[in-house]
Design a protein around this ligand. Structure first.
Ligand SMILES: [Fe+2]
Length: 480
């Protein structure tokens, strides 16, 4: 566990640990999505607490892992990758057999079955603002599991056992860099003439960063097997993903505001222009009647994007809440949340009572996001109840009354500190308690009951405040 109660700080600590001793600032300034980086530590036990073959065996024995869904058996011989999956549940004996026949064993979502990988990926999500997932690869000696390819994510190859030789190639040109889709399999011949940027062994305890779009291939040595974890970040959070998300709304907004956007195309437009190089009867009118109005509309769209980008960030956060891993709570966090302490006595323990003097705090800074749907409709999207399997459960949202918006802002402003329910800044003390109850029952906050009975008996009394929304909007610019 990373020693901080601030989730973003914990994410930074986790990342610092991953690339240690390389500097985090230097990484984001000079390496991130630009070049590959290897960190050779000479410390074979560095990742011993994260994952190894015996954790993999436990995963197989304690869970229903299926061929093609969770586990792939692959072989790469003479430049061709073959998938040799069985059917149904994967048992340790089957894996042993495949391994002895020279196959690589890939687990596509170990975070769903292994708590250490879950915690590590989950915590990194707040730093990268995206789903962080993992794959594990067990490869026997003198073998390779996959053909050269690039991925649609940035990958950290974490060598947890044995050693593996990696070849990494830079994109040929800017057009090939940072692709939006993974590539198919390349052949050895395709690699000729490409610039190789890493061609060396990754030893146990080492890390290799491979940016999206860098082709990579790997093989084990004569004597040693390899078990590595690929941690993948930055899934579908490129600017193009953001603009695709907001453009339909922006276009509608511009169309509402600009009459020229709603004019019909001129009569006979099809005789003014087209892609095929041929004679168009009214070609001379195309610029004035079609191109110029279109450029003018595009300028309005550009202007609207500058006004809409904050909502665009919210849209990306909404997607984050929908797709990311749920937080893994410590036993202490569980005890103070709706989940309850370990060994709770259902028959004799008292249910939690929320009073004005109860202290509360959000469990994570980015486990929830307040979204404005319309001027008077708000909801909290959250990832507290997400599945550990990618998009395994529908989007989780809670409608929030307008009177409670400032209560949410008080909590975010206070994070990671505790705040008393009476200081929540909703419209009234009664609403403070109702809002705290709503967040608690949805698993979003930790709660410490009031210290004593006298404090517990304090009753709500203040009158509603006015101007809630105005205050909220003013504050909104200053909150993350
Ligand atoms: Fe890959």
């Amino acid at each position: 566990m990373f020693n901080t109660n601030h989730s973003l700080q914990a994410a930074l600590e986790a990342f610092r640990w991953l690339i240690n001793p390389f500097d985090v600032q230097l990484f984001f300034r000079g390496i991130f999505q630009k070049r590959a980086l290897v960190i050779k530590r000479g410390s074979p036990n560095f990742f011993s607490g994260l994952f190894n073959t015996s954790s993999f065996v436990k995963m197989l024995q304690n869970n229903y892992l299926e061929y093609g869904v969770n586990i792939n058996i692959a072989k790469y011989t003479n430049g061709v990758r073959t998938t040799l999956n069985g059917t149904g549940r994967v048992y340790t004996g089957d894996v042993m057999k495949s391994y002895n026949e020279g196959c690589s064993i890939q687990c596509t979502n170990p975070q769903a079955f292994n708590d250490e990988i879950w915690y590590f990926c989950e915590i990194l999500q707040e730093l990268f603002c995206s789903f962080v997932g993992a794959n594990t690869y067990l490869t026997p000696p003198k073998s390779s599991g996959f053909a050269p390819h690039w991925d649609d994510i940035d990958a950290f190859i974490v060598q947890t056992e044995g050693r593996k030789h990696w070849k990494v190639y830079a994109p040929k040109n800017p057009r090939e860099a940072l692709p939006l889709e993974s590539s198919g399999n390349f052949t050895e011949a395709d690699m000729v003439g490409r610039k190789i940027v890493f061609n060396d062994w990754l030893e146990q305890g080492d890390v290799l960063y491979i940016p999206r779009g860098f082709i990579h291939q790997a093989f084990t040595d004569e004597k040693s097997h390899s078990h590595h974890v690929t941690v993948s970040v930055n899934r579908k959070i490129a600017f193009v993903d953001m603009i695709e998300k907001i453009l339909p709304d922006v276009v509608n907004l511009v169309a509402e505001q600009n009459k020229e956007m709603r004019f019909s195309l001129p009569p006979n437009a099809f005789d003014m222009a087209g892609v095929i190089d041929m004679r168009y009867d009214n070609e001379e009118a195309a610029e004035q009647r079609i191109l110029n109005p279109l450029v003018s509309v595009a300028k309005n769209i550009q202007k609207a994007v500058t006004e809409y980008f904050e909502a665009g960030v919210d849209q990306m956060a909404l997607e984050f809440m929908k797709t990311t891993l749920p937080p893994m709570l410590t036993p202490e966090e569980q005890a103070l949340s709706v989940f309850g302490k370990q060994g709770i006595d259902l028959l004799n323990d008292k249910p939690v009572k929320i009073t004005l003097n109860s202290q509360i705090r959000l469990i994570r800074k980015h486990a929830q996001r307040l979204i404005f749907e319309t001027e008077d409709s708000y909801f909290l999207a959250h990832r507290m109840a997400n599945s550990r399997v990618y998009e395994g459960r529908p989007e989780q949202t809670i409608p929030i009354p307008a009177e409670s918006i400032t209560g949410y802002i008080s909590l975010m402003d206070a994070y990671p500190e505790w705040i008393k329910v009476k200081d929540l800044d909703c419209n009234s003390k009664k609403e403070n308690i109702a809002f705290a109850g709503l967040l608690y029952s949805n698993g979003l906050i930790l709660l410490k009951p009031a210290a004593n009975e006298k404090e517990q008996l304090e009753l709500p009394s203040s009158a509603p405040k006015n101007g809630t929304i105005k205050k909220m909007k003013k504050k909104r610019n200053t909150t993350a």
